[in-house]
Design a binder for this molecule. Structure first.
Ligand code: ASP
Length: 404
């Protein structure tokens, strides 16, 4: 999706810079994603459409393995050898806590050296260097560029720049989109599905399947895995990049129902492009206006397997947004402790974080609810991102050989 932000979005992105890529940018994901692929799988991770169920399985298996190997000093030291000859640039010119730190931790787990640019005022951008020149310079010193910017088009344009360099026989490096404006956040989708896959095994802490057997006795329709589930997304659906990316990944699983719960203001609601895309993938899509709504004459919350909460993304307010959003009653979109208890006992409460401490879409009183997964979800980001680096650098077989 392009053009979601204004051309001057506070970080002085000039649309002209991407002019040479316009024709390529405006194609559908299906038309362009092969350009971000390579023989071993993903070359640049730009959008969630690249994340297939097979790719999810391989990332989850590797994330579990890295998690296990990291627990012992000897194998943790061996992990740090895997990419000790590589360097990563973390170019994060939009605020970030979890994504930045978990990517940095993932690099450290695998021994990659990291460097960062977080404030473009400390780079040559202030000397009117173009963003594209800046990126090409990073590619001279580093072996991968992980980037978060306010522009929906920047990471993708950088991938085209790298591909053009590659076809000229020049040095290029992989690009990873760590959040592109209000458009996409594919690595968040990866850690979200990793968390969901672990949660929907329904095992207890020891990993034994007894809990699933137990749950199935009272709910014979319950199955393990991501298929056959109801995913309810609540909050800023229109501008929440994590919602868009996760919905795109989940839409590839069988028999999925998605419910979008958003306040009555157009920029916060499900847009027709995403809706059409999900419906084309056979997702059963519903839109409601409160967490207390009913679906097929039964309470929505009681039928929800995963409740994905989000904050209202005020940084993207434009036009009438600020005035109209201030007037909204957000209480129907708050997960109170009482509402959380109306979810099935196996349900997962997720949130990409940060949560808004003023709006309190999830108050702290929910944190002790056994369904609350959001702190685990954040930690899983480190393992899932380490597994992504393993994939991009093509060292899956080496990692697996460490398992003995
Ligand atoms: N951390 C997530 C993101 O970068 C969610 C949010 O900011 O609300 O999109």
């Amino acid at each position: 999706m392009t053009g979601r932000l204004s051309t001057d979005d506070g970080n002085s992105f000039r649309r002209m810079e991407f002019y040479q890529y316009q024709e390529r940018l405006k194609r559908s994901a299906a038309e362009k994603n092969h350009e971000f692929a390579c023989e071993q799988g993903i070359r640049h991770l730009i959008n969630a459409g690249q994340i297939t169920p097979d790719f999810v399985d391989s990332i989850c298996a590797h994330a579990d393995l890295i998690r296990k190997l990291s627990a012992k000093r000897e194998t943790a030291n061996q992990l740090r050898e895997l990419l000790s000859h590589r360097r990563a640039m973390l170019y994060f010119t939009q605020p970030s806590t979890r994504t930045f730190l978990s990517f940095m931790a993932a690099c450290q787990i695998l021994g990659l050296t990291c460097n960062e640019v977080r404030d473009p005022r400390t780079s040559s951008e202030v000397k009117r260097e173009s963003h594209m020149d800046g990126i090409r310079m990073f590619s001279s010193y580093f072996d991968i560029i992980i980037m978060r910017t306010p522009s929906p088009e920047f990471a993708e344009s950088c991938a085209y720049l790298m591909n053009d360099l590659a076809s000229l026989g020049k040095r290029w490096v992989p690009i990873v989109n760590a959040g592109s404006g209000s458009d996409e956040h594919p690595t968040q989708a990866l850690l979200d599905v990793y968390t969901l896959k672990r949660t929907f095994q329904f095992t207890d802490r020891s990993g034994s399947p007894g809990r699933f057997v137990d749950l199935q006795k009272s709910n014979p329709a319950l199955i393990q895995g991501l298929s056959g589930k109801t995913y309810t997304f609540c909050g800023d659906i229109g501008r929440g990049r994590t919602v868009r990316s996760l919905a795109i990944v989940l839409s590839q699983y069988e028999n999925v129902r998605m419910v979008f719960v958003a306040p009555a203001w157009k920029s916060l609601q499900l847009d027709s492009m995403l809706r059409d895309r999900l419906q084309r993938a056979n997702v059963d899509v519903h839109v409601v206006d409160s967490l207390d709504a009913e679906l097929d004459h039964r309470p929505l919350l009681g039928q929800t397997d995963c409740l994905y909460m989000t904050r209202i993304q005020r940084e993207y307010d434009s036009g009438d947004d600020s005035r109209e959003i201030e007037k909204l009653d957000l209480s129907p979109f708050q997960l109170t402790a009482e509402r959380a208890n109306r979810l099935p006992r196996w349900a997962a409460i997720m949130h990409p974080f940060p949560r808004d401490s003023h709006v309190q879409e999830i108050p702290e009183s929910v944190d002790t609810n056994p369904r609350a997964m959001y702190f685990r979800q954040a930690r899983n980001g480190m393992w899932a991102r380490a597994a992504l680096l393993v994939h991009i650098f093509g060292i899956g077989a080496e990692l697996e050989s460490m398992a003995g």
